[in-house]
Design a protein around this ligand. Sequence first.
Ligand code: 5GP
Ligand code: ZN
Length: 118
Amino acid sequence: MTDCIFCKIVAGDIPAKKCFEDDLVLAFHDIHPLRPTHILVIPKKHIASLADVGTEDEPVLGRMLSVAQKLAAENGSGDGFRCIINTGRVGGQEVPHLHLHILGGPEPVGPMVKNLKE
Ligand code: 5GP
Ligand code: ZN
């Protein structure tokens, strides 16, 4: 996808602070970190969102999760972390290329989501 910002990062056309790369995935630091550790793990192949995956994507989906612990530990979050995949309008997804947020740091990340009824 030529107009996709994360595809441009994969292609090297836009700079990013990369922290891991293999045949299937690329990981880099979020440009606006919300916690001391805030890493994005993306498939190198363009997949718009978790709503667009098929069974053929299971290897890359597994890889995205299986590298999370190593990346968290290597980047200041060895005592736990949170993974989030925002999906579509309701999920609050802003960049339409599937990405896994890894959030952490020395302190607890905080409540999961706000209860809208409170
Ligand atoms: P979403 O809301 O789609 O789940 O999250 C998109 C994330 O991508 C945001 O946290 C945002 O800060 C990050 N982001 C957007 N553009 C760029 C960029 O060009 N480089 C990097 N490193 N992160 C980006
Ligand atoms: Zn893309």
